[in-house]
Structures are given as C-alpha cells and as structure tokens.
Design a protein around this ligand. Structure first.
Ligand code: GLP
Length: 234
C-alpha cells in the first residue's frame, strides 16, 4: 500500500484526475469505480475541466458506483445518483446508460465481472474506516448487499440533509470482496477529520473487521492519497 501526500486537496485531486484521464486515454472503454461524499468532488471538477480543455472522451467509459441509499428516490437531491449527475455525469459526454449503481434485484457483482471487472476504483473513507458503506464488522468476503448504517455514519452524513432523522438507515453497497476485485484502487482522504482513521489504518498491517479499509493491505495495487491535514505523521 503506497501513500502519496500532497500539500493540499487541490493538488491531490488534480493528481487523481490526471490519473483517471491517463487511464481513459490508454483504455477508452475503461471501467471506472466511483465514490461519492465531499472528498471526490474536486477530482470530478478537474475531470470536467479535462473534458472541456483536453478532449477526454467519456463516450465508451462505464462507471460503477460504490453505493446508494436505500429508500431514497434517485431524483432526491441526497441520492448518490443525483450527486453523480450533478458533479460529473451531466458535465461530460458519458452515456448515462453506461453508469451503474447497486440496487435491489440486481446482481451487481456478477454484472461487474461480466463487464470485465473494474479497472480503476476511486474510494473515500468514513471516519469509522468504512469504504463504500461497508461498516465495521463487514466480512472480507462480503458481496454487494443491503447494509445497516451505523449511528456514527448517519450522524456524519446528516450534514447533507436538513435533519438527521431524514438520513436513510440502510444502503446498498458493494462488498469488500467486490471492491477488492478492482485491478487498481485509489483511496482519498482529506482534512483533519480523517487524520485519526488514517493513523489507525497505519497502526495495523492486516485485515481487521473493525477497520474495513484495512482490506486494502492485501491488494497489490493500492495508493492512498492524502493532503497534509489528513496525514497523521505530521
Ligand atoms: C459516505 C460514502 C463513502 C464515503 C464517505 C466519506 O458514507 N458512502 O463512500 O467515502 O461517506 O464521505 P466524505 O468524503 O464526505 O468524508
């Protein structure tokens, strides 16, 4: 697991956007795994700029989002569908029919593999170490499924809703095994609020169910991208 530390989240996000652009240039039909949350927003802004200024072509790119709230309509402004449309899909020439999310009655894992698997997976991290919505206690071999959100995740995500009581209590999430199958993984963590979990992640060197992101230790191509604030060594 490699760490790359950047002075600020702008520089870090530019690096990640450049990497995605390079991957699309090398493989125009890239299978790209995407994350939501505040962390990847700047990366999506840089990708939009790259589309406008560097003619990056998303026409044949397929995207696979990590997760989606259960019991929220996709038109709801807090849904991850809405988020992706707002920050990326409506701004680039992606074919909306090539954008996928976990949902009910859909064998997402099989679907991803039938499409050739994820080439590059972008991840954020929750303050409790979750990736996607794989909360502490998630099994290493977990598949895409409905998960119960923990109180701390509901509290952390309440900032996007008018009231904490509006935050859904369940979500669809790729499993840890689903994420692990991606060929290359980039995890982003920015700001002071992620410093503690990054410190915890560095303390261990094997998978622990308490910190779902620790599954990444066993993967052969993972880069953790931090800004200086999230870097616990400082
Ligand atoms: C949500 C998402 C995660 C994301 C996390 C961190 O819970 N399901 O995929 O990584 O939030 O969010 P933020 O980037 O806003 O800190």
């Amino acid at each position: 697991m490699k760490y790359k530390i950047f002075k600020n989240k702008e520089q870090a996000s530019k690096y990640v956007s450049d990497l995605i652009v390079k991957s699309i240039t090398q493989k125009p039909n890239l299978n790209l795994g995407l994350a939501t949350g505040s962390t990847p927003i700047l990366t999506y802004d840089f990708l939009t700029q790259a589309f406008e200024n560097e003619n990056v072509d998303f026409k044949n790119v397929k995207t696979f989002n990590l997760d989606e709230y259960k019991d929220l309509k996709i038109e709801n402004k807090n849904s991850y569908h809405f988020f992706m449309n707002k920050y990326l899909f409506s701004k680039v020439n992606i074919n909306i029919n090539n954008t996928f999310f976990p949902k009910s009655n859909f064998n997402y894992d099989e679907f991803i593999q039938k499409n050739g698997g994820i080439d590059l997976q972008i991840l954020g991290i929750g303050q409790n170490g979750h990736i996607g919505f794989n909360e502490p206690g998630s099994k290493k071999n977990s598949k895409t499924r409905i998960v119960d959100l923990t109180k701390s995740t509901i509290k952390a995500n309440a900032k996007h809703f008018q009231d904490e009581s509006e935050v859904p209590i369940q979500a669809y999430s790729m499993g840890l095994e689903t994420i692990f199958k991606a060929k290359k993984i980039i995890l982003l963590a920015f700001g002071n609020s992620k410093k503690e979990i990054i410190k915890e992640l560095k303390k261990i060197d094997e998978f622990s169910e308490n910190i779902p992101a620790s599954i990444l230790y066993e993967h052969k191509d993972v880069t953790i991208i931090l800004d200086e604030e999230a870097n616990s060594d400082l």
